[in-house]
Design a protein around this ligand. Structure first.
Ligand code: 13P
Ligand code: SF4
Length: 406
């Protein structure tokens, strides 16, 4: 469990333009402790139409100097990413946060679970701020700690808990990372899932042995990695549905499984279909289809390449000029890559717009409000993980950071 603190008072603040009510903000109102995110944004946000926003952000950054470090996930809007000291995937950003002990304030332009991880990996006197606390992750919210604890009991009743290692995707709450640390498991991201799964199976006799991995909360990343990279069969994987008694599985199914996949998915990557892949191949002869491993197994097997956001960035950086690419991941990143690579022919895999709505919540008004508040001596939207969860989540995160070959 983490809390969010803010020492900003609501209402107007001298020098701020009156906030413009935004339909998006309403979605984030109200506290939802069962969710991995969760409170309203109490600030007097500048108006999105303020023509000085870019200048204000620059000035605030300059005033804060080295005491500030801004991290930006690849899915962030251009208006925000331009102010990031470092951009990257969730693995790189976790490493970068851990490597900045001199920064008193780390402003995380990403989503809540990433800010929690940064808080866990930084020193107690460093403060991690998330410009809009409603920037959660719908996938992370598909696994609640109470459900995970119940699932573990189901595994124990089936007699497999002792030979099961939990692996949680970075996209999960700090409480679930702590559960994973307590039970001898590891965190993984989409750029190290293969190494993490191999390590986990090695704890219980290897990928060819008898042990089991409980993979949370993204069933697709778990299945794609187990089948395509570790050579398990699709039938070695079962899906545990936390809303059904016993996960919707029999004890025998749990005993026979090698991978118990949590029934979670990403609403953005879940939109891509194998039909999108065949359509783009018809439309763009010679196109290379590159997708994120959160896509369904059907999409990943129909694609030519699969990899994390960092992998996608690197692949386009190394691509042959004139080559054609269809990318299956969040739209902010794909549009930016298309602009950064005019020498390439870059297409979006789906024909309809597909932003991550929670990543998009971090916009320039929220960033300016966060930075200017810091300049005025107020820390807003601080994300703090409670000490016990932080300790055990760190065990699981450190295990990830120590995985061989990373
Ligand atoms: P990366 O681990 O590739 O950064 O992805 C995080 C994420 O949320 C993808 O949807
Ligand atoms: Fe979560 Fe999907 Fe958004 Fe990534 S793209 S933050 S997994 S909802």
């Amino acid at each position: 469990m983490s809390t969010a603190t803010s020492d900003a008072g609501a209402g107007t603040t001298a020098g701020f333009v009156e906030p413009t009510p935004s339909a998006l903000l309403l979605l984030g109102q109200g506290r939802d402790l069962a969710s991995e995110r969760g409170v309203e944004c109490p600030g007097a946000l500048p108006s999105p139409s303020d023509p000085d926003l870019v200048e204000r952000a620059r000035a605030a950054r300059a005033a804060l100097g080295d005491s500030l470090f801004v991290l930006g996930h690849h899915y962030q809007r251009d208006e925000v990413i331009q102010f990031a000291d470092v951009t990257g995937d969730s693995f790189r950003l976790a490493r970068e946060a851990a490597a900045r002990p001199q920064a008193e304030h780390i402003v995380f332009c990403g989503v809540h679970f990433m800010a929690e991880s940064a808080d866990i990996l930084t020193a107690p006197d460093q403060k991690v701020l998330l410009p809009d606390l409603a920037a959660g992750c719908s996938m992370a919210d598909m696994a609640a700690i109470e459900q995970v604890e119940e699932a573990w009991e189901v595994l124990a009743d089936a007699g497999v808990a002792d030979s099961t290692v939990p692996v949680t995707y970075m996209n999960s709450s700090a409480a679930i990372k702590a559960f994973t640390g307590r039970h001898g498991g590891t965190v993984c991201t989409s750029s190290n899932a293969q190494v993490a799964l191999r390590w986990a199976f090695d704890q219980v006799g290897g990928a060819e042995g008898q042990g089991t991995v409980l993979f949370m909360p993204d069933q697709h990343l778990g299945r794609n990695t187990a089948v395509l990279q570790l050579g398990l069969r699709p039938e070695d994987c079962v899906v545990f549905d936390p809303r059904r008694p016993g996960g919707g599985l029999t004890a025998q199914q749990l005993r026979d499984a090698r991978m118990v996949l949590w029934r979670g998915h990403c609403s953005v990557h879940g939109r891509f279909s194998a039909r999108n892949v065949s359509e783009v191949r018809e439309r763009v002869p010679g196109v290379t289809v590159l997708v994120h491993p959160e896509c369904t197994h059907e999409v990943v097997t129909a694609a030519d390449m699969v990899g994390s956001t960092e992998y996608i960035v690197r692949a386009l950086g190394a691509a042959e000029p004139g080559s054609s690419w269809a990318i299956g991941t969040e739209l902010n990143l794909v549009r930016r890559l298309a602009r950064q690579h005019p020498e390439l022919d870059v297409h979006y895999l789906d024909s309809t717009v597909c932003f991550c709505s929670t990543m998009n919540r971090i916009d320039l008004p929220h960033l300016v409000w966060t930075l200017e508040s810091l300049v005025q001596g107020r820390t807003v939207n601080r994300v703090v993980v409670d000490a016990d969860d932080a300790h055990w989540a760190r065990v699981a995160l450190d295990q990830m950071l120590a995985l061989p070959g990373l």
